[in-house]
Design a protein around this ligand. Sequence first.
Ligand code: SAH
Length: 398
Amino acid sequence: MANSIKIQVKPNYVKLFKTGYPLIDKEAIKNSDVLKQEGTIIDLFDDKNQFLAKGYYGKQNKGRGWVLSHNQKEVIDQAFFTKKLKAAVEARQSFYKDNDTTAFRVFNGEGDGIGGLTIDCYEEGYYVLTWYSEGIYSFKEEIIKSLSNIVDYKGIYEKKRFDVKGTYIEDDDFVIGERADFPLIVKENGIKFAVYLNDGAMVGVFLDQKDVRKAIRDKYAKGKNVLNTFSYTGAFSVAAALGGATKTTSVDLANRSKAKTIEQFSVNQLDYEAQDIIVEDVFNYFKYAVRKQLSFDMVILDPPSFARSKKHTFSAGKDYPELLKQAIQLTERQGIIVASSNCSTFGMPKFKGFIEKAFQETGETYKILEEFSLPKDFKTIKEFKEGNYLKVVIIKKL
Ligand code: SAH
């Protein structure tokens, strides 16, 4: 592997790296002109030439790489990757042993010691690696070798999300082993999901919501008329229907969401014809629902952090209170709102501020019943709070 190069950290960032912060921000680097090839190993030093940390150079949003070690002598080689992957796999043994959950995250980026890389496992032996920069991708050979030595795999797939915005790069996605027959039917706390590992950036289910789906099914859905907005493949609707919801309505503007949602109901032996699956802009649907005086016992909000449709631009950091206000209007008294955001630019306190604001402005009152962040397999570290991006609040409208 190539020699490391020396990076000088700006004085106001030194303390951050000393406290274990793993992300190497563009602004933290003094001599960025020396950074040429992604994947180069970099040693970070303070202005007194004291070693701070070792990492790799890779462009990911405003990041220019991730810290891999605080030991100056550590060599970033096959053995290093094997050590990290092994620890991560060992920490997920309860998931490997759980017959009711066959899809979970095995390696969660900086939470497991290597920022820019995630690995998910689907249905006993199919793995998906997601590379978030050219830099981390340059270690592909070592990482795949390590993974294939540690786990019993059937097939390995990959997703490349290299450009600065993390956009998915269209590719075959298959790496080694045998190709799976899609859909693979995975289980999550007994709920079945059809997944496709070779069909674009998203596979059909977001694994980070498993605790929320379980709670909806086990504690909140019984007897409820449920509206699931930004529903994608309808995973929350399926959880609600399995939990005894009287009816679910799923709304998403993507054309393919309808067939995908029908498929998820069907693999769970649920009659999709008893459900409403609507392809429409959520904001238009809200207007329609108000006009028709519809109301629901449970409204689920899980918008993307940022979305632009023909008529609307939605940015979670700005527009979430408005979204909540519309949901409050459609929710029955004593009904439930499940408010979720995966936007990493704000944390739980600000999100709760949005909830407070929305209820205040509608003149309604509420009670928070439960809160969720990332599940156990999405390991995070306290030194990097932004890594725990998921915020879900279960609210009762009084
Ligand atoms: N709640 C889903 C995940 C949501 S992903 C789940 O549990 O799996 C975000 C979804 O929002 C995408 O499917 C996208 O098509 C949809 N979307 C984005 N903007 C929208 C809008 N204005 N109206 C309806 N759907 C929208």
